[in-house]
Ligand binder design. Structure first.
Ligand SMILES: Cc1ncc(COP(=O)(O)O)c(C=O)c1O
Length: 375
């Protein structure tokens, strides 16, 4: 029986880049914003963001979120307690807020795009007012979000904004430009092995405001200034040279990988008209996997469906269900607004296999197995 894994990481092959590895060894610069890291930051800044704004690598996106959220929390007037984010996201975002001393405040999502709901965000901003320090929308599953809306919310409510763009590196907005380009709030992308832009563990922060990025670079290096005195909150979030090299090499095949993933995602949609897929914004989507909603009556059978496909060698997941408000730790540590849409649709989510290697035949195999399980 052929096995179809949920994901298959495809980072650059270091074994084929021994010359570059030797260069790192000979330079004796292994970390601390070394030459490969600087080259990667500059090249991705040019290639993806056309040289507008700047990029900062971090050791993973969780650390990037911690820094960016902490930067909003630190200078905020007291009492400020909350980081507003959707409950329909990954644990990393809520953890990052808690590490920054804030309480996650969960908002609802839109039924069709699964993005944070503006109505829900505004209701909570009206209710909690200046107790909210930062809004952290998630660009759900690599979708593009309306960044102008967050500029409006920031000026209307005086809150900070950090965009959790963990799965969105490579996404292209409606205007044909990279998602995030020109945004003066930081966007935090993940380059984890499981993401489309695969390395090992890494993240990238993009921001069009050079001062914000300068702060974050300082914070990622223990909050130290050029005189090695601590001027800001900090931690060690620097990316080492070996993973920076992996990131640099990934630039070589990333466009082809993104295109393959998008083709396969379209094929899933064609093959499975009985499922509800995400409403997409933007010209190009950065797919990590393909999410869909089971037909309404079948939510109760989801575990059985996932198990049945597992018996056939096909791995499915159910991101992000349970959603964060349902996790025991966040249930104790967070506050939730009205989550009616999230609660209603989360039990229907399934995530279908995707990778740079998946073939049309394999997608067909997944779809036929799923169709049999649904009937
Ligand atoms: C929504 C979201 N935010 C943040 C992260 C954290 O990314 P990383 O694994 O690079 O720390 C992830 C990871 O998958 C994620 O899905």
């Amino acid at each position: 029986m052929e096995k179809i894994p949920f994901l298959q990481p495809n980072p650059a092959k270091l074994s084929e880049s021994l010359g570059a590895l030797r260069k790192i060894e000979q330079s004796h610069i292994i970390s601390n914003y070394g030459p490969f890291n600087t080259e990667f930051e500059q090249r991705i800044g040019q290639m993806m963001f056309g040289g507008v704004g700047a990029c900062l690598t971090v050791c993973n996106a969780t650390a990037g979120l911690m820094l960016a959220i902490q930067r909003c929390a630190v200078d905020a007037p007291q009492p400020v307690r909350y980081a507003l984010m959707p409950s329909f996201t990954f644990a990393a975002t809520a953890h990052a807020a808690i590490w920054a001393g804030l309480t996650p405040l969960f908002c609802d999502i839109d039924e069709d795009s699964w993005l944070p709901s503006e109505r829900s965000e505004r209701a909570l901003l009206d209710q909690f007012g200046s107790q909210i320090s930062v809004v952290v929308p998630y660009a759900t599953f690599g979708n593009v979000i309306d960044l102008a809306r967050y500029h409006r919310l920031a000026s209307e409510y005086g809150v900070g904004v950090v965009i959790d763009a963990a799965a969105s590196l490579g996404a292209v907005a409606d205007d044909g430009r990279a998602f995030g380009l020109g945004c003066t709030y930081p966007l935090v992308f993940s380059m984890h092995a499981t993401k489309a832009f695969a390395t090992a563990e890494a993240g990238l922060v993009y921001c069009a405001d050079a001062d914000v990025l300068k702060d974050l670079r300082t914070m990622a290096n223990f909050g130290l200034d050029e005189f090695r005195t601590t001027i800001m909150p900090g931690l060690n979030a620097k990316l080492n040279e070996i993973v920076a090299l992996m990131a640099l090499l990934k630039l070589g095949d990333f466009d082809a990988c993104t295109a393959h993933r998008a083709t396969m995602a379209r094929f899933y949609r064609q093959q499975l008209p009985e499922l509800t897929f995400q409403r997409l914004y933007g010209q190009q989507h950065a797919y990590m996997f393909v999410s869909a909603l089971l037909p309404e009556g079948l939510a109760g059978r989801r575990t059985q469906i996932v198990q049945r496909l597992a018996h056939e060698g096909i791995e499915l997941r159910t991101y992000f269900s349970p959603h964060l408000a349902e996790h025991p730790y966040f249930h104790r540590r967070a506050v939730s607004g009205d989550l009616s849409v999230t609660n209603r649709i989360a039990p229907r989510f399934i995530s279908l296999p995707l990778s740079d290697f998946i073939t049309f035949e394999q997608v067909k195999t997944v779809c036929s197995a799923l169709r049999r399980a649904l009937s």
